[in-house]
Design a protein around this ligand. Structure first.
Ligand code: TXE
Length: 490
């Protein structure tokens, strides 16, 4: 792996400052390797390379079939190297290896999905009130797209962006999180190998305030696509105003998982755990507020605690482990602080609530699965994204209160509803202000279906045809078949 270098204009290059950054394994805080720490100047070089590839070297005019073929080859390459990629991902994030493997296969499917739809019919034609004019629309790539991603799913988040961006014919600059660059380096090597032309794919690593900001504020970048936190999302929105570039923002949430008394009980408990503790709770759509109907509250809580106690926590490489450490020391401190805030606010810690310090965990950033009860809607632990293995339980009585509590945050990414009454499920789902809803399931992601949030969970949609649309401009073409002067000024 070219760990000391970035990929700009088809060449592997060191940072212009010569600096590198340590990459840390969150399982034991050991240093895995050093990677190039890019600068704003490096970002400018990458932007220039992407611009050249798109405007001068013809990538913008490449036939869709050629782009699709490259995406398919890249998908094959990812699958052929699943072990290598998944191991790098688990080493860098601490997540269970089985999750990393799943992310690789899922990403290959997304690449193939976009390879498929990009050659499908597109555009519209119009029956105008002027029959002499033939009007139609075509979709065209935006140009240069900056893709800035977070650390919780480094492979998937990059692919969700670069697959539609490249399928649509854009040139890209990928900026992984500075703390999780390893899988991005491997994927870039694969894209180089399968033959994306020089400058079409660029990789710049480094801090958000330097590299990220340079990309978001550049006058030569046509779109910035971002997954990360709300605070950074706001900064990117401001920076993007420099040239009124396109933006898409995926900013996480505080998603409700609503359990009605008539739900299939065991399924609802299982998805309560899965929706919350998958990937240590570092999931934008985590069901981090479980709303339980009063009639089953005590029994549900008891089973949830019982289930959470059974989660096998440890080294992501160990067979059977389903929960690893949180991503970094800094993030662990943030999550632990929220646990303290919850206690100070008067909520009850029904389970966990501490850093795990037994010998197996002492070097890493492990937090015990934590369940808060006796919460009130205005508490910060109920309103704010904690992004770790910490769930809050809210009790409700009846449909109306469930809806009211579910909608009572500034976020609106996802929601789950568990009930055996289909009519009720649909009534409730229609009142929920969230972009992704699941009935009697929680968490699955489908390449075909749009992903994104209402309210402060973000702007735009990823995946599906909506995801492709977000990387294109729409051009109106009008053809006059009655070629003659207007005579207006005569
Ligand atoms: O992410 P940041 P952080 C939430 C979660 C977490 C919080 C903060 O609640 O606790 O965000 O996480 C780049 N201009 N999510 O601080 O800052 C940065 O380098 C341009 C939810 O670790 O959002 C990285 O590549 N770019 C989320 C990327 O932004 C900037 C997933 C994400 O980092 C920048 C992760 C700037 N000024 C965290 N500053 C989700 N939606 O799932 C930083 N970056």
């Amino acid at each position: 792996m070219e760990t000391g270098k970035m990929f700009i204009g088809g060449e592997w290059v060191a940072s212009s400052s010569g600096e590198t950054r340590e990459v840390i394994n969150p399982y034991d805080a050991s240093v895995i390797c050093h990677v190039a720490e890019g600068t704003a100047e490096d970002a400018e070089h990458a932007i220039a390379a992407a611009k050249k590839a798109f405007y001068e070297d013809g990538w913008g005019d490449t036939p869709a079939y050629e782009r699709a073929a490259l995406l398919r080859s890249f998908a094959d390459e990812m699958e052929a190297n699943v072990e290598k990629l998944a191991k790098a991902e688990t080493l860098n994030t601490g997540k269970a290896l089985i999750e990393s493997e799943y992310d690789v296969y899922d990403s290959a499917n997304i690449l193939r999905y976009y390879a498929g739809i990009v050659t499908q019919p597109t555009g519209q034609t119009y029956d105008l009130n002027d029959p002499a004019v033939h009007a139609m629309t075509v979709r065209e790539p935006l140009g240069v797209c900056a893709l800035i991603v977070a650390w919780n799913f480094p492979i998937s988040l990059a692919i969700w962006k670069l697959a539609p961006a490249l399928a649509a014919g854009n040139a890209i600059i990928l900026k992984p999180s500075e703390i999780t660059p390893l899988s991005a380096i491997l994927m870039t090597e694969m894209m180089e190998k399968v033959g994306f032309p020089k400058g079409v794919v660029n990789l710049v690593m480094g801090a958000g305030v330097t590299v990220g900001n340079a990309l978001a504020s550049s006058l030569d970048v046509d779109k910035v696509a971002f997954t990360g936190g709300i605070v950074t999302g706001r900064k990117i929105m401001c920076a993007a105003s420099s040239n009124v570039k396109g933006i898409s923002l995926e900013l996480g949430g505080k998603s409700p998982n609503i359990i009605f008394a008539d739900a299939d009980f065991d399924t609802a408990v299982d998805y309560g755990l899965y929706g919350m503790f998958y990937n240590q709770g570092e999931v934008c759509s985590a069901g981090s507020r479980i709303l339980v109907e009063d009639a089953i509250y005590d029994r549900y809580l008891e089973k949830l605690i019982e289930g959470a106690k059974k989660i096998k926590i440890g080294n992501g490489f160990e067979e059977g482990v389903k929960m690893g450490p949180v991503i970094s020391k800094q993030h662990m401190e943030k999550v632990l602080k929220y646990i303290e805030i919850g206690k100070e606010e008067g909520a009850t810690v029904a389970l966990g609530g501490y850093r795990m310090t037994e010998p197996e965990y002492e070097k890493g950033y492990f937090i015990a699965p934590t369940i808060f009860t006796d919460t009130t809607p205005e508490m910060r632990i109920v309103q704010e994204e904690i992004f770790g293995p910490v769930v809050v339980i809210q009790k409700f009585h009846g449909e109306e209160e469930a809806i009211q509590l579910a909608n009572n945050t500034t976020y609106g990414l996802a929601a789950g509803i568990f009930t055996s009454d289909n009519a009720k499920a649909l009534r409730v789902v229609k009142k929920i202000r969230a972009g992704i809803t699941w009935i009697n399931t929680y968490g699955p992601v489908y390449p075909e279906a749009p992903w994104g949030g209402y309210k402060q969970s973000g702007i735009g949609r990823e995946l599906g045809t909506y995801g492709l649309d977000d990387y294109t401009e729409v051009k109106q073409i009008n053809i006059n078949t009655n070629v003659c002067p207007t005579g207006w000024f005569e």
